[in-house]
Design a protein around this ligand. Structure first.
Ligand code: NAD
Length: 280
């Protein structure tokens, strides 16, 4: 019995050219899933798809689309239909933080010499919106577009990529934290809404990986050593290290496959114990 039931399924991985999601796409390809690497960056998406075809002899294509633009996702869906057929699995991975939506200080001290520009009061609404929208609407809109196939087929899986920030916000990054909290809430909402259609909706909340979006906060550009924040994360992670992208893929395969047939509406932490640890 093939208890995974993944072979020849079609998966769209948004942000598929990125560090985490390219590893996720590879792990699906290992199980015979045809992967669509959907990304704003067409060249990077095509390059990941080519590597996957070479390494795993499973079909993969790179498709350029913006997760915030419904029309571009619909065009992407037409290409996917022509090349692979209908969509079975959606991984909503496009997301990330930006320095422009990050406060300079962790906590205000309330003194007269304090520069408000470095605090909550200096955040630019447009920059806040960009990060919030990418992470939240960038999950909502692709679900709206690609789940239409799943409703017709009475079967499908949506996996959202959340974060540890969704449970308890980290300092400095309120747009990213609130958007990921919204992703968790939406995961539960959509799971209930679609529960009778044969579609399951779940999320993975990774702990901390060193990637492009957070390197500026965790590594000192000059010395290459961990910043205070980078060290704090290791101290707050009982396993005392950062997560590797490949360490998220076991949970992805579990959620994408029939192993989790009766699981919907959950957010699974993969965090080296971070969310369990009080720090004492
Ligand atoms: P990454 O920056 O390596 O990859 C993100 C990819 O998304 C890039 O290839 C980028 O081109 C693409 N992208 C950006 N905007 C897009 C848009 N509008 N439309 C389509 N594609 C777009 O990021 P990553 O670190 O691999 O993160 C992947 C996911 O994991 C994100 O949702 C992130 O929030 C989440 N996450 C990351 C960490 C971490 O420590 N890095 C921790 C928890 C969760």
């Amino acid at each position: 019995m093939n208890e995974l039931n993944l072979k020849n399924k079609v998966a769209v991985i948004t942000g598929g050219a990125g560090i985490i999601c390219s590893a996720m796409a590879r792990s699906l390809a290992v199980h015979g899933v045809k992967t669509v690497i959907l990304d704003l960056n067409k060249d990077a998406a095509t390059s990941v798809a080519k590597q996957i075809e070479k390494e795993y002899t499973t079909s993969s294509i790179g498709v350029s689309a913006n997760v915030l633009d419904k029309a571009s996702l619909q065009s992407a869906m037409n290409i996917i239909h022509e090349q692979f057929g209908t969509i079975d699995i959606l991984v909503n991975g496009a997301g990330g933080n930006s320095p422009a939506a990050t406060t300079k200080v962790e906590k205000m001290d309330g003194s007269e010499s304090e520069n408000p520009e470095e605090t909550f009061f200096g955040l630019r609404i447009e920059e806040f919106e960009k990060v919030f929208d990418l992470n939240f609407k960038g999950t909502l809109i692709p679900s709206m577009v690609f789940a239409t196939d799943m409703v017709r087929n009475k079967s499908g899986v949506i996996i959202n990529i959340s974060s540890m920030n969704s449970f308890r916000p980290l300092t400095k990054i309120p747009a990213y934290s609130s958007a990921k909290a919204a992703v968790n809430n939406f995961t539960q909402w959509l799971a209930v809404h679609l529960a009778k259609t044969g579609i399951r909706v779940n999320a993975i909340a990774p702990g901390f990986l060193l990637t492009n979006q957070n390197r500026f906060l965790l590594i000192d550009e000059q010395t290459g050593a961990y910043t205070q924040r980078g060290k704090k994360i290791i101290n707050g992670t009982p396993m005392e290290r950062y997560c590797l992208p490949e360490e998220l893929t076991g949970t992805l395969i579990y959620l994408a496959s029939d192993l989790s047939k009766f699981v919907t509406g959950v957010v699974i932490p993969v965090d080296g114990g971070f969310s369990a640890y009080s720090g004492v």
